[in-house]
Design a protein around this ligand. Structure first.
Ligand code: HEC
Ligand code: HEC
Ligand code: HEC
Ligand code: HEC
Ligand code: HEC
Length: 486
């Protein structure tokens, strides 16, 4: 018994001391000296100049601070869905690998060595602030083409918050303008940065690769780059750093917003996170923040509703209606629809056909009593697959997709629904809805159940159990169709 015990301890020591389990690959060679925080590819131009808490920037830039507060970037580290997944990853593969996640969800705290795993306890306001002011405005360059995949991935940017000088240190903030007289108010110097007007600024974090196989699990930047918006120089900023009306104008007419129209909203599709954060703000008695989160929530829903369109066409064969074709169009997303976590997000068609008496003759895309999608539902997303070619969801397991069915920018997908021959009917009614939610009910419950012990969902968010996830109806269309072609 004792001998077994010693054997067990010895093998445990060997397992623990052997450095991270990255498989050597000649396809994706890794230069570990160049990338000291691997598998995060962030780099830090080290000096005595540290990173600044956003509350300090707020003193001189109150507008930007207010817009950013409550944004998905501000919540990127505290997000309970993220913390739940991080905790699962931490337990499954360890911190050597989850550092990759932290590199994008709270970069400064990774280079400063502050974050050592999931949870919020004992962390500085800067670490908790996620993708904060001093991440973006300290980015001095990118290493997109030196990465193992030779594409932007896993935080491939360089952070230079400042430099050492003879009289101590100087903070340098990079932005869209030529430095004006007194720029920085004595607190920082300013540098004009063309990178800040390019999608490349966002690319490093919006291309998420598997930590070892370098498979692009989230590919928003490359979807954009190989699409019509990049060709017309409509950047991420032009749709995500403006209000909804300006975004629609940029998307429809390829017209760039004016400099005054930019705001620090970083609004996307994640209405669920605003909803959770709003509950937390209400619980904490912060009415102002709750109101701002309500606005951000409405904005995300409005964005989703303006992203897509549906068209319905009859298909006749030998004069008889045999199919109904539903065309799903991505009209305003600058990348595929949906994008990013395509193996988690759900977008699907719900279709109902009725005869003249109102009897249902076909349904597709309904939810079952547990809130899950029926197996034959036409979904527009992807399925992840692990090394064993089995279905997988977690980002440390997914090394390829077995199905990838998102809609490219300005593109469409057609779906056919068969119609049985019918007597005594001149026409049928078809109703089609394009529906969206952040995740399946099951996945949301799994992730929220996995949050680290120091995040008490009931105390912070007032959540006793996970409610039915809200679903957004992006587009709804109805049409009567004749059974015979005239
Ligand atoms: C290259 C940067 C990057 C890396 C590395 C990264 N993420 Fe993310 N993560 C993102 C971005 C960008 C999004 C937002 C995408 C979206 O909204 O669909 C995101 C979204 C998420 C979400 C969804 C949050 C929500 O509220 O729906 C979870 C969960 C998550 N990440 C967990 C992880 C975990 C765990 C890891 C490490 C295994 C990781 N991420 C690594 C950039 C990254
Ligand atoms: C995700 C990256 C990102 C984050 C986070 C971010 N910014 Fe910016 N910021 C930008 C970009 C990009 C621009 C240029 C926008 C444009 O085209 O005018 C900008 C512009 C600015 C400007 C120039 C004036 C203006 O508004 O256009 C100031 C000042 C500024 N940011 C301050 C801040 C402060 C303060 C915070 C934190 C509260 C912050 N930023 C957070 C990316 C970021
Ligand atoms: C003491 C006041 C003060 C503080 C604190 C301050 N700034 Fe500024 N900053 C200014 C002034 C003044 C300008 C000139 C333009 C303006 O008025 O917005 C400026 C300009 C900028 C610009 C535009 C630079 C350009 O060339 O386009 C950015 C970006 C910026 N600040 C980011 C930050 C960030 C990030 C922080 C926190 C780390 C911060 N600032 C803290 C006063 C300050
Ligand atoms: C340091 C890494 C980083 C950089 C740089 C960055 N992002 Fe993000 N971004 C994230 C992470 C991480 C999330 C997701 C956080 C979460 O869901 O918990 C996110 C979320 C978002 C969202 C919200 C997505 C949703 O589901 O609602 C938008 C929009 C966005 N980013 C746009 C941008 C734009 C535009 C830029 C460039 C100006 C940019 N980001 C630069 C890391 C980054
Ligand atoms: C032409 C406008 C447009 C451009 C350009 C654009 N987006 Fe989007 N983006 C949208 C719309 C609309 C949505 C909501 C529908 C969706 O989720 O795809 C969205 C959603 C997102 C989301 C949320 C995805 C999720 O799962 O919640 C992220 C993250 C994002 N965009 C990042 C980016 C980045 C990074 C770029 C630049 C590489 C970019 N976007 C360029 C319009 C745009």
């Amino acid at each position: 018994m004792r001998r077994y015990m010693i054997c067990f301890i010895l093998s445990a020591i060997v397992a623990l001391s052997s450095s991270p389990v990255f498989a050597a690959s000649s396809v994706f060679e890794v230069n570990h000296d160049f990338y000291p925080y691997y598998p995060s590819l962030i780099k830090w131009n080290k000096s005595n100049a540290g990173f600044t808490d956003p509350a300090v920037c707020a003193g001189c830039h109150p507008r930007q601070y207010e817009e950013w507060t409550g944004s998905v970037h501000a919540l990127a580290f505290q997000d309970p869905i993220y913390q739940g997944e991080l905790n699962k990853g931490f337990k499954a593969v360890g911190h050597e690998i989850t550092r990759q996640c932290e590199g994008c969800h709270s970069s400064a705290a990774v280079v400063m060595g502050e974050i050592k795993g999931p949870g919020l306890t004992g962390l500085s306001p800067l670490a908790l602030a996620g993708v904060s002011c001093d991440i973006c405005h300290s980015i001095s360059g990118v290493t997109h083409w030196q990465t193992p995949s030779h594409e932007p991935e896993n935080g491939s940017f360089i952070l230079t918050p400042g430099v050492d000088t003879q009289n101590g240190l100087t903070l340098i903030k990079r932005g869209p303008y030529k430095p004006s007289e007194g720029c920085g108010g004595g607190f920082h110097e300013c540098t004009e940065s063309p990178l800040h007007l390019q999608a490349d600024l966002c690319a490093s974090c919006h291309q998420v690769y598997h930590y070892d196989s370098h498979f692009p699990i989230e590919a928003t930047y490359l979807e954009w780059k190989h699409g019509p918006y990049a060709q017309k120089e409509i950047m991420c900023q032009d749709c995500h750093m403006v209000d909804i009306e300006t975004f629609k104008r940029a998307a429809d007419s390829f017209q760039k917003p004016t400099r005054q129209e930019y705001h620090h909203y970083f609004n996307g599709a994640n209405y669920l996170l605003y909803y959770l954060a709003k509950s937390a703000a209400e619980k904490a008695g912060d009415k102002e923040l709750a109101a701002s989160l309500e606005q951000k929530y409405e904005m995300a829903i409005e964005r989703l509703k303006s992203a897509a369109d549906l068209e319905i066409f009859p298909v006749y064969r030998n004069n008889r209606l045999t199919d109904v074709k539903v065309r799903v169009k991505n009209i305003r997303a600058g990348h595929n629809l949906p994008t990013s976590l395509t193996n988690v997000r759900q977008m699907w068609l719900e279709v109902t056909m009725r005869d003249e008496k109102g009897n249902v003759i076909l349904t597709s895309g309904q939810l079952d009593e547990k809130g899950n999608l029926m197996p034959d539902t036409r979904r527009f997303n992807s399925d992840g697959m692990g090394r064993d070619f089995h279905f997988a969801i977690d980002p440390w397991i997914v090394t390829s997709f077995s199905r990838h069915d998102t809609i490219p920018p300005r593109g469409y997908k057609d779906v056919y629904y068969g119609v049985m021959p019918m007597k005594n009917n001149k026409r049928i009614l078809i109703e089609a809805k394009l529906r969206y939610r952040q995740a399946s009910q099951e996945e949301a419950e799994t992730l929220l159940a996995a949050v680290p012990a120091d995040i008490n969902l009931e105390a912070i968010y007032g959540l006793k159990k996970v409610p039915a996830l809200p679903i957004v109806d992006m587009v709804e269309k109805k049409m009567f169709i004749n059974i015979t072609q005239r």
